[in-house]
Design a protein around this ligand. Structure first.
Ligand code: C5P
Length: 220
């Protein structure tokens, strides 16, 4: 039978990664970070000198890029063209360029296909985080979560993660990314049909993880 899919969607900095990894660990499931795939694709395009805002060039070169996603929630890895890019994909260049790359429909088609292949290969089940998991990648997922948080709380969290002391700049960059991700024509960030919204602003990570685990236990 098909693996159990837990879809975790939401805007940047809402705590998706920590939540999804925590849930995967608690339930011994695999974990897939689809944002890391869009970031790794962006990294590879920048390496090749492609202008991330040139949709035609992006689509043309995207096909040559080979991505490999690890699915261990304790040690998530991502390779692009045989290089482990887990660290550089979190840098400011990739962060600034990832939203226009992700808006290119052909890039989405390629990556959604790869994401579905990873999901199918997951034995027991998999927690998948992104923007369009419940709406596009795995619309039949029995558990769908839409994680939100106050923008100021999200910016503070991201700034702390990035080791930046400029929360205002982080907030501006995050809101820019949210705006592009939510208004693009191809699979914009939306709350999927059947998704349970969780507002993590005033919850601890543990509390959010517990809520998602409880949702999984209802269907398992
Ligand atoms: O989750 P993360 O912030 O790492 O995602 C980086 C970017 O990748 C997002 O801003 C968005 O543009 C894109 N993305 C997407 N669809 C997904 C996951 C991420 O478009 N499923």
């Amino acid at each position: 039978n098909a693996p159990l899919v837990v879809a975790v969607d939401g805007p940047s900095g809402s705590g998706k990664s920590s939540t999804a990894r925590g849930v995967a660990r608690a339930l011994s499931l695999a974990y897939l970070d689809t944002g890391a795939m869009y970031r790794a694709m962006t990294w590879a395009l920048l390496q090749r000198g492609v202008d991330p805002t040139d949709a035609e060039a992006v689509a043309q070169v995207a096909e040559q890029v080979r991505l490999v996603s690890g699915t261990d929630p304790d040690a998530p890895t991502i390779e692009a063209d045989g290089v482990d890019v887990s660290v550089p994909i979190r840098g400011p260049q990739v962060t600034a360029a990832v939203s226009p790359v992700s808006a290119v429909p052909y890039v989405r088609r390629l990556l959604v296909q790869q994401q579905r292949a990873v999901i199918e290969a997951a034995g027991d089940g998999i927690v998948v985080e992104g923007r369009d998991i419940g709406s596009v990648v795995a619309p039949d997922a029995p558990v769908k979560v839409f994680l939100v948080a106050d923008p100021v709380a999200r910016a503070a969290r991201r700034a702390a993660e990035d080791g930046s002391d400029d929360a205002a700049a982080t907030l501006a960059s995050l809101e820019r990314r949210d705006a592009i991700d939510s208004t693009r024509a191809a699979s914009p960030l939306v709350r999927a049909d059947g998704a349970v919204e969780i507002d993590g602003t005033h919850l601890s990570l543990e509390e959010v993880v517990d809520r998602v685990v409880a949702l999984v236990r209802e269907v398992r």
